[in-house]
Design a protein around this ligand. Structure first.
Ligand code: PSU
Ligand code: MN
Length: 306
């Protein structure tokens, strides 16, 4: 194990024995949801992973180390930390490690940690992508570049319509990232099951996903695979209503001059206000769903590697 990583004993044992482990990101806890729902959700995600037969590994940076798996005190520190907890993407990791400042890892930074630890599967809510208006702002999430280079399977519910979904899929194509739909031929739009945009391949079971992971990595094709798992039908929000809410949230961020790494957390909080909390309930439902599917994928992948 790399000496910048601090895995829990349970996770270190599971990895050594080849048992399934699922990485979980922490920016969604610190910057994506309000306290204490974020803490409840972080615990619920770990429980979903365990119930599906894998070991959860929530990733965060504390005291100059990348923690792989957090105990309850560390989860609490992260969830209740407010602005003292930084949002860490690839460019921020070295600074957090050297200064010892606490930080939560984005999809990009969690992928880096998972790759270093030898964890093949990672669950999140939504990935970052190409922002609307990127042709002038140049705002393209580092998550996309990381998907191109770190060999980890990322299970998500698609991407939010705060992003430009067609441009996001174009970049993933250019960077050679396979986009799989879990039980769907369409890329899901986070709060809603459909976007009208096709995925590269529909998988109807986790064995098929595991075979694609093995095929990619055995060829020496470095980089991730994106598994898009749509929100459950009972939890989805109306696409038209959400489009209006997103337009309002974007206008609010624009009027306040919010930019860079602050834009995604700001939009998430605005959406929650605008929808009266319904966006938060949907977010929690879909991320739990992703944690469960990721555990099943990790188990199928681990079976084949033995
Ligand atoms: N999208 C969501 N919820 C989130 C994020 C994205 O629906 O919490 C977080 C994830 O941690 C993701 C990060 O990796 O925001 C992307 O931020 P940026 O666009 O600044 O790269
Ligand atoms: Mn950005």
């Amino acid at each position: 194990m790399h000496d910048a990583l601090l895995p829990t004993a349970e996770i270190a044992d599971a990895l050594t024995a080849g048992r399934p482990v699922v990485a979980l990101e922490s920016t969604v806890i610190s910057h994506g949801m309000p306290y204490p729902r974020n803490l409840e959700t972080a615990r619920a995600l770990e429980a979903e992973v365990r119930a599906a037969g894998a070991v959860p590994a929530t990733v965060a940076v504390m005291d100059g180390l990348i923690r792989i798996g957090l105990d309850d005190a560390a989860l609490e520190r992260l969830a209740a930390g407010g602005t003292a907890v930084r949002k860490l993407s690839r460019r921020d990791l070295p600074i957090a490690l050297a200064t010892g400042a606490p930080g939560a890892t984005t999809v990009a930074a969690t992928m880096i940690a998972a790759r270093l630890a030898g964890i093949a599967v990672f669950a999140t809510g939504g990935i970052g992508g190409v922002h609307r208006g990127a042709e002038t702002s140049f705002d393209v999430s580092a998550d996309l570049d990381e998907l191109a280079r770190s060999s980890v399977c990322v299970v998500c519910a698609g991407a939010k319509s705060i992003l430009d979904l067609p441009k996001t899929l174009e970049v993933l194509e250019t960077r050679g990232v396979p986009v799989l739909g879990f039980g769907t031929a369409e890329f899901p739009a986070f709060y809603s099951r459909r976007s009208g945009l096709p995925v590269d391949h529909r998988c109807d079971n986790v064995q098929e996903v595991a075979e694609i992971l093995r095929a990619k990595w055995r060829l020496g094709l470095e980089g991730g695979v994106l598994l898009a798992n749509p929100i459950g039908a009972a939890d989805e929000l109306d696409a038209g209503t959400m489009e209006q809410a997103v337009a309002q949230a974007l206008a609010d961020a624009d009027s306040k001059g919010i930019k860079g790494k602050d834009i995604t957390p700001h939009l998430l909080a605005a959406l929650e206000r605008i929808t009266g909390g319904r966006s938060l309930a949907a977010n929690i439902a879909l991320i739990r769903n992703n944690a469960r599917v990721a555990a099943e994928v990790a188990a199928a992948y681990a079976r084949g590697e033995r």
